[in-house]
Design a protein around this ligand. Structure first.
Ligand code: PPE
Length: 323
């Protein structure tokens, strides 16, 4: 695998673009010891109309909300963060990339669990990122049900995309890949289906699209929301409801969603094949729709693509007038 960071020249740090090599932190940074960071994963697509960041305002809002939960004051406004993300993409001259803003408690004059006196640092990096679950993942991946439960809602809020949450995610992922699966699906503290280590999960049962509710310790996924909206556009009934584990083995279709994973069909759970062939029909219809928006072949009717380069802005504005 080639180094995805090879073409990255600039990283944004607290208001300035700095050299990739200089984007380092001190070993006594609070976040390194206590997981006190919040972050986002965002994709910029090279559409027919130019480069567009997918649902940028929603990602910035979730980042701000994650920081709020952990009482991290951000020294930048919503608009400044939004502009900084676009500036970082432009500085690196990427047409398409993955973007990783991260806000964390840094190095200060003390260390200890209490984070409130450590400085809050803001960094934005971006790099090209291909298929999250392997080159062949569009055809379907094999998953297992994890023996690790998703963090309980009253232990750590899954709604905050915090770095510390990903220790639970790592246990799920390590167990899955060590046993030959692409991903693990975790149950919540009560035993209902929750999510993967880095994806939300959906199933199709008798023509209805089902996904676990936020109360099942899931991240409020932006791809999850996009899939729900696209399904409704297509006239597919959608319900957020508690899913017992057994339904993973009997459903007609199963897939995962995420910024990195996009829509990844699941072809087996614990070596039990899902439905009749993979991807199933409804999965395929929703994948086609979302992919079409990513490439610009399908009109961006929800206004989900945020233009990055100014030439693009004019094209996007013109396109939105014709819709
Ligand atoms: N659940 C979890 C636990 C999660 O990490 C993600 C995104 C999602 C659901 C889907 O959310 P959204 O991207 O808003 O649709 N995981 C990010 C990080 C993956 C990584 O390995 O790092 C991502 O997809 O960017």
């Amino acid at each position: 695998m080639s180094n995805p960071f090879a073409g990255v020249r600039w990283i944004w740090k607290n208001g300035q673009l700095i050299d990739f090599e200089k984007a380092t932190v001190h070993v006594l940074s609070h976040a390194l010891h206590y997981g006190s960071g919040v972050f986002e994963g965002i994709r910029c697509y090279n559409t027919r109309q130019g480069s567009g960041v997918f649902r940028l305002p929603e990602h910035v809002r979730r980042l701000e909300n994650s920081a709020k939960v952990y009482r991290m004051p951000i020294a930048f406004t919503t608009e400044e963060l939004t502009d900084a993300i676009c500036e970082t993409i432009r500085a690196n001259e990427f047409e398409a990339c993955y973007i990783r803003p991260i806000i964390f408690r840094g190095f200060g004059d003390r260390i200890g669990v209490n984070p409130l006196n450590n400085p809050v640092e803001v960094f934005i990096a971006c790099w090209p990122w291909g298929k999250y679950l392997g080159e062949e993942s569009e055809k379907g991946v094999d998953v297992c049900v994890s023996s690790w439960r998703r963090i309980a809602a009253d232990s750590m809020p899954a709604v905050a995309k915090a770095t510390g949450n990903y220790l639970n995610g790592q246990l799920i992922k390590i167990e899955a890949v060590t046993n030959g699966y692409a991903e693990g699906l975790a149950l919540d503290a009560r035993g209902f289906v929750s999510e993967g280590s880095g994806e939300n999960v959906f199933m199709v049962q008798d023509g209805v699209l089902l996904t676990p509710p936020l109360a099942a310790s899931v991240l409020q996924g932006i791809t999850r929301d996009s899939v729900i909206r696209l399904a409704r556009d297509l006239g597919i009934p959608v319900r957020e409801e508690q899913i017992p584990r057994g339904q993973l083995y009997t459903c007609d279709e199963l897939f995962m969603t995420g910024t990195a994973a996009e829509i990844t069909p699941i072809r087996s759970v614990d070596r039990n094949p899902v439905g009749h062939g993979c991807p199933g029909e409804i999965t395929r219809r929703i994948m086609t729709e979302l992919q079409g928006i990513f490439t610009g072949e399908i009109a961006d009717r929800h206004g989900w693509l945020y233009p990055v380069y100014s030439g693009v802005q004019a094209t996007a504005a013109a396109a939105s007038q014709t819709v």
